[in-house]
Design a protein around this ligand. Structure first.
Ligand code: ADP
Ligand code: MG
Length: 223
């Protein structure tokens, strides 16, 4: 479904001798729940951002359903992010003056065009899926940290993506709340969603179907 082949990445030309990713290859199959673990600075976020098309590799390639992301136009990559890929970050990045439901609708906002009734229903469905239908009208400031992250997950789901990329989605949450978020991601995965998640919490990685360990820009151990 999604493959990386000998991906190399440096952020600055002067660092090219010691790249952040040193030739990473992997293949993600539909329906997998992949956790990427490893020390801080080992290249986990860089790998996730390259897999999700936000960053481009210096060398090597990433293919989605057989198509090289680098060969797509920017418009095609944007379309991919609007349809097949979604992201969840450590910080929820919700807009503070929009309600939970309005935040979930933001992937559909385009200019001044009103959002259709069908999409508004879809937003409610997603809030319901993350257990927040009753808090749809709340502003983020009136939600707990875990609830805000659940809104961010609902926002990632609203476009019916095939893959959700999550970079330490539990990183800003306490243990119980983090476990709740993990359970939610596991349920979504059981319904068919492919999940690629960075975490440094071994207990969460144990809930994944596959663990990839990064060290110094390489995959150390792929189970
Ligand atoms: P991880 O997510 O495993 O902590 P990252 O992929 O964020 O690792 O970072 C890997 C290395 O790349 C680190 O040494 C980090 O300092 C460096 N790095 C990450 N992002 C940037 C950036 N935007 N510019 C320059 N260096 C960066
Ligand atoms: Mg990181």
């Amino acid at each position: 479904m999604l493959t990386a082949d000998a991906v190399v990445k440096s952020y600055a030309a002067k660092d090219a001798a010691a790249p952040v990713l040193r030739g990473v290859s992997l293949a993600i199959e539909p329906g997998q729940f992949v956790c990427v673990v490893g020390r801080s600075g080992s290249g986990k976020s860089t790998l996730l951002n390259i897999l999700s098309s936000l960053l481009s590799p210096d060398a090597g390639s990433v293919r989605y359903q057989g198509r090289d992301l680098a060969a797509m136009t920017e418009a095609e990559r944007n379309r991919l992010r609007a349809t097949d890929f979604s992201m969840v970050f450590q910080m929820h990045h919700l807009l503070p003056y929009l309600t939970a439901r309005e935040n979930v609708l933001t992937p559909f906002l385009s200019g001044l065009r009103p959002v259709s009734a069908a999409r508004r229903r879809r937003a409610m469905e997603c809030l319901d899926q993350v257990g927040l239908a009753d808090k749809a009208k709340r502003l983020p400031g009136a939600l707990s940290g875990g609830e805000r992250q659940r809104v961010a997950i609902a926002r990632a789901l609203v476009t019916e993506p095939r893959i959700v990329f999550a970079d330490e989605p539990t990183g800003s949450l306490d243990g119980d709340t983090g476990t709740h978020i993990m359970r939610l991601l596991t349920e979504l995965n059981a319904e068919g969603l492919t999940v690629v998640m960075v975490t440094h919490e071994p207990a969460y990685a144990a809930m994944a179907s596959r663990v990839i360990t990064m060290r110094d820009g390489s995959i150390l151990h792929a189970a």
